[in-house]
Design a protein around this ligand. Structure first.
Ligand SMILES: Cc1cc2nc3c(=O)[nH]c(=O)nc-3n(C[C@H](O)[C@H](O)[C@H](O)COP(=O)(O)OP(=O)(O)OC[C@H]3O[C@@H](n4cnc5c(N)ncnc54)[C@H](O)[C@@H]3O)c2cc1C
Length: 472
């Protein structure tokens, strides 16, 4: 069996890995992975400059979705997975001040009542309004997706949305909670309302359960000692060892279905490749373009997944630029600012910078408006000024980087799951062609790994099943 993987981001690499392993009666497949750019990894992009380790895209992944850790272990990097350093001190900047996130605060809801009641992040009125959730009846109707923001505003009021949900959830998805889908992004909230009616009661009950099991509120974030680029390099080496053909600097321009359910792929170097199965892991625009001819309904559904733009600004300062040591892991902005938040990489992770250097990542998502589209120097000046003011820097950074991610971050807006279902239905006549990764089923690195593997498995299983049918 020959599998074509379109795109060498983490989804495509995971898909290729699953295919070369082979499973349950299905032998290892021959893999051709085609990546348009001249490097593998897609949004995973680590740069090493002297003793600085700079992540231009993601810098970590969550441990409660184990697919990324499992992949790291399988390619020999199990010992390289590291957790965060020091105490997890994260702040929210609201009303001009950095205030510690209340202990036990989840993405949206508190898992401990005490710290929530005493936090200065919410006004007394906001807290009273949030408390209404305890008595309100259920708000959601079966089968009707809603925006996370609208739902939370009804249950808990605007304070929780402004101060917690938008900075935290919006920060991860690069979009406002007023457009993000409850069912695609935070489906657990629907379950919580169905089972407990009150979201607060559900979150507090979950917190009690975790504490009773002896699990602390430790950080769920993990990364690799050598940066996420080391995962890309390790997967690529293991793939090559197993004979996978990884072609860089070549684009898949067209996919033509073959009679047997496979595809003939036309590549930008003029070559044409025949394969039995395809995993489309090139993202929204790429998948929509390649499916436009062979599966127009799928193409139309994928193309309706909207895309956000984001920028990561990296700044390195000498520690002497600050009057007090910068030891917090960073902060989120819950008010007007040219950034949505900051990670202090040198404090959060071991091995990101030499002692005496403070390495900072600041995020400028499109939802902040004009600043996100400003040219590099204007953007950089605004970010340096703001970060410098918040941290009291007496000097300019010694190194700066601006990494732009224009129109490539999928936004799971209301109705997203219907678009996923439509994409799948439109491919019913081509069961060995699968769309994988962040375009449809989760933007986090572990989601991409899990989905890449799952879709590769499904595509190859369909080929096996088709052959068995012909043979019988
Ligand atoms: C700034 C930023 C920070 C993030 N932070 C985190 C984080 O901390 N933790 C986390 O879990 N997630 C994070 N994410 C999300 C996560 O990085 C992405 O969702 C994930 O890496 C997407 O992987 P992918 O393989 O699906 O897509 P991509 O990485 O976009 O890869 C797709 C690849 O396909 C190639 N391609 C496209 N079309 C073709 C074609 N026709 N032929 C050949 N090649 C093609 C592209 O060149 C690209 O390399 C972040 C994302 C960004 C942008």
């Amino acid at each position: 069996m020959r599998l074509l993987v379109v795109g060498g981001g983490i989804t495509g690499l995971a898909a290729a890995w699953e295919a070369v392993l082979g499973r349950d009666g299905r032998g290892p497949a021959e893999v051709l992975l085609v990546e348009a750019s001249d490097r593998l990894g897609g949004k995973l992009h680590t740069e090493v400059v002297d003793d600085l380790l700079i992540e231009h895209g993601p810098d970590s992944f969550v441990s409660y979705r184990p697919a990324a850790i499992r992949l790291a272990e399988e390619v020999g990097l199990g010992e390289e997975v590291i957790g965060t350093s020091g105490a997890r001190v994260v702040y929210l900047r609201s009303r001009g001040r950095l205030r510690p996130l209340p202990s036990g605060m989840g993405m949206v809801l508190p898992t401990r009542l005490g710290p929530f009641v005493t936090t200065g992040i919410l006004s007394p009125l906001d807290k009273l309004r949030a408390g209404l959730d305890l008595v309100l009846p259920r708000q959601l109707r079966d089968g009707e997706d809603v925006a996370i923001g609208a739902f939370l505003r009804k249950r808990l009021g605007g304070g929780i949305v402004r101060r917690f949900a938008d900075p935290m959830v919006g920060g991860i998805y690069g979009a406002s909670v007023d457009e993000l889908s409850l069912d695609a992004v935070l489906p657990s909230l629907r379950v919580d309302e169905a089972t407990h009616r009150s979201l607060m009661l559900a979150a507090l009950a979950a917190g009690r359960k975790v504490r009773a099991a002896g699990r602390g509120p430790g950080s769920p974030f993990r990364t690799l000692r050598g940066g996420l680029g080391s995962l890309v390099d390790a997967v690529a080496s293991r793939l090559r060892e197993r004979g996978a053909d990884l072609r860089l600097g070549v684009r898949v321009d067209e996919l033509r279905p073959t009679g047997a359910g496979g595809a003939r792929a036309v590549l930008s170097d003029g070559s044409v490749e025949s394969v039995d199965a395809v995993v489309l892991a090139g993202g929204v625009a790429s998948s929509a373009a390649l499916l436009a001819g062979p599966a127009p309904e799928s193409a139309s559904a994928v193309s309706r997944v909207s895309l956000a733009t984001s920028t990561v600004v990296t700044l390195a300062y000498p520690a002497s630029a600050f009057g007090t040591p910068v030891v917090s892991h960073g902060w989120l902005e819950a008010g007007p600012a040219p950034i949505s938040g900051v990670t202090v990489s040198s404090a959060k992770w071991a091995g990101r910078a030499a002692d005496g250097t403070v390495l900072i990542r600041a995020f400028v998502p499109e939802r902040l408006g004009a600043i996100a589209h400003a040219e590099d120097q204007v953007l950089l000046d605004a970010v340096v000024r703001h970060v410098g003011e918040v941290l009291g820097a007496s000097r300019e950074p010694e190194l700066t980087r601006v990494a732009r991610w224009p129109g490539v971050m999928p936004k799971y807006t209301v109705g997203h799951l219907a678009r996923v279902a439509e994409t799948e239905a439109g491919l019913a006549h081509l069961p060995a062609w699968r769309v994988a990764g962040s375009a449809l089923r989760g933007v986090g690195v572990p989601d991409c790994v899990a989905d890449g593997r799952r879709q590769a498995g499904l595509a190859l299983d369909r080929v096996s099943a088709g052959r068995a049918k012909v043979g019988s």
